[in-house]
Design a protein around this ligand. Sequence first.
Ligand code: HEM
Length: 175
Amino acid sequence: MVSGIGIPDWLVATVPLWKAVHIIALSIWCGGLIVLPMMLALHDPAVSPGDYRIIRHSTHLTYTMVVTPAAVVAVIAGTWLIFLRQVFEPWLFAKLALVAALMALHATIGHVIVRISEAPGRRRPPSPYWPIGGVLACATGILVLVLAKPDLAGLSFPHWLVTPQGRQLPFVPSP
Ligand code: HEM
């Protein structure tokens, strides 16, 4: 059987599974983005080289093996949910803007990890309060949007953003 929106029923029935995957992955992602700045704050150039190596390895491994894969899984599951649930609503677009801000924080934290590992003993880690505050603000905003699903239909967007412009991409066609 195919639902009224052209998606097979058996695929629509997997929505709870994708939601579970989405929520587990985003919990690990957001939790990691809160823990990593705290771990980075332990990168005191004054600690012994042995301790410094342990902290550096653990922040690097947490970022590359846990937090980034969780972000990828959360985004893939969330993208699936957009089509399975057919939610093309203004609150979703507002949520995606906050997700983009969360990704920018994710990239910034990764950048700090690389900078600290490239200049051991010299780099002082930034204060953890700014990134943690940013992650908490984004995650809270996203949760409010996704759980309350406010009616943002009254928001007006610029004309160029909602109307096809009929322009070509700036690529030279191959001969
Ligand atoms: C690119 C990233 C993301 C996409 C495309 C996405 C998309 C979606 C979609 C389409 C749904 C289903 C909504 C519904 O059934 O009405 C959903 C559910 C949910 N999302 Fe996301 N999401 C993303 C990231 C996040 C993040 C970062 C958070 C939290 C910090 C989050 C929290 C949730 C929650 C809690 C639900 C369950 C809501 C419910 O079932 O009522 N999502 N997401």
